[in-house]
Design a protein around this ligand. Structure first.
Ligand code: MEV
Length: 419
């Protein structure tokens, strides 16, 4: 019987992906050998460096997103995340697969001003075109990369403060550096033109200029388990998703499950995980109450899912350019544009969410975790790569698996091997 993808060794997976034309031989060689970053890269990325740490990178191959097949790279330290995403995509592979309803990309920033007189405000309004020109001059490559300053707004804040709010189309860049360069250049001009005092000039991580909305319809038969019919599971998933709309305690865990997937691809592609997390959780509270970011409803043709998520990511610049593994992850995704990466990352989040909700309303999440926990117990007691699978299987069959039992079973296994 041919083995499933998850049953292969990392080397066997790379060979299969090369055979399927998903990886080139050079890419496969990169993933098998690239374990450390060159010192020049380390020193360019952060300060006071003494070393580095590594994370596993897994893939979910051949996923359909908006009619296109993609193989998704995921970097995560949490057992079960890659398996859950794979399960989520499998359930979503029948019925009306993922549709991208909305996908915009941009970034907004603010210059906060104090002691702004009425005449200062008038001067600023009159000089909007100059501010735009100075902003563009601060980042001349913006327009050549397809970007633009979309809007400049000047708003009174309280009695004596004001804000200049700038929205930029950042092309395929995430846009934080572009935005901050533009704002700081504009702020210097504001100081020359007016008596107002600049308090700060920085982008907002609100993220609503990079919003992605997805829908999917999951066929009932994809949800069926030994105990529950597909319709019953769908009803239970709807009830659990509704729970996250009214109970913030549940909503934050629901959203953590979404971010398990989103963060793994954001990290793999060298994007800013903190920016994406900040934007997602702020958006979850946009109504004034913190809610689940996804919605699941039972319809006649299946379980209908919808999610709108801010995804401030980029596919050029920053760490995406510097980290060799991020470049390889983007190559695996066929060098997506920023909006394409947003759609893929949102899909990964929705798949992670569906798998989590499905597990919770059926077998519970621990069952899925157990296999990986047995694997890691096997590693902890010193099993070699070849011994992990048989030892984990023996632990799964045992009444009370423990570290002591794992040590005994490993000795027995080795003893048997000698005879
Ligand atoms: C675990 O990392 C994520 C879940 O708790 C998400 C959820 O409860 O929806 C399973």
């Amino acid at each position: 019987m041919t083995k499933k993808f998850w049953q292969l060794s990392p080397a066997e997976r790379r060979v299969l992906l090369v055979d399927q034309g998903i990886l080139t031989q050079a890419q496969a060689d990169f993933w098998s050998t690239q374990t450390t970053l060159p010192e020049t890269v380390l020193l360019g990325l952060s300060e006071n460096n003494i070393g580095q740490m590594s994370l596993p990178v897994g893939v979910v191959p051949n996923v359909q997103i908006a009619g296109k097949a993609v193989t998704i790279p995921l970097a995560t330290e949490e057992p079960s995340v890659v398996a859950a995403i794979s399960h989520g995509f499998k359930m979503m592979s029948q019925g009306r697969t993922i549709q991208v309803v909305k996908n915009i990309h941009g970034v907004t920033g603010q210059i906060g001003l104090q002691h702004v007189s009425a005449s200062d405000l008038t001067i600023l309004q009159d000089h909007q075109a100059d501010l735009q020109r100075i902003g563009l001059a601060a980042h001349p490559t913006l327009t050549s990369h397809g970007g633009a300053i979309r809007q400049i707004q000047i708003k009174r804040v309280g009695q004596s403060d004001a804000a200049i709010i700038v929205t930029v189309d950042s092309g395929n860049a995430m846009g934080a550096n572009i935005m901050n360069d533009i704002l700081e250049a504009m702020a210097r001009t504001v100081t020359q033109l007016t008596n107002a005092e600049v308090l700060f000039a920085v982008l907002t991580n609100d993220g609503r200029d990079s919003l992605t909305q997805l829908t999917v319809t999951v066929a009932f038969d994809q949800l069926t388990t030994k105990t529950w019919s597909g319709e019953q599971v769908a009803q239970r998933i709807q009830a659990l998703a509704d729970w996250a709309q009214t109970d913030p305690r549940r909503a934050v865990t629901h959203n953590k499950g979404i971010m398990n997937g989103v963060e793994a691809i954001v990290l793999a592609t060298g994007n800013d995980t903190r920016a994406v997390n900040a934007a997602a959780h702020a958006y979850a509270a946009v109504s004034g109450q913190y809610c689940g970011l996804s919605h699941w409803h039972v319809e006649t043709d299946g379980l209908h899912g919808e999610m709108t998520l801010p995804l401030p990511v980029g596919t050029v610049g920053g760490a995406t350019k510097v980290l060799p593994s991020a470049q390889q992850a983007l190559a695996l995704l066929h060098q997506p544009s920023a909006v394409q990466l947003q759609a893929i990352a949102a899909s990964v989040g929705l798949a992670a969410n569906l798998a989590a909700l499905h597990a919770l309303v059926t077998d519970g999440i621990q069952r899925g975790h157990m296999r990986l926990q047995y694997d890691s117990l096997a590693v902890r007691v010193g099993a070699t790569a070849a011994e992990i699978a048989p030892l984990a299987a023996a632990l799964a069959a045992a009444d009370k698996p423990s570290e002591t039992l794992a040590q005994q079973l490993l000795s027995q296994l080795r003893h048997k091997g000698e005879n």
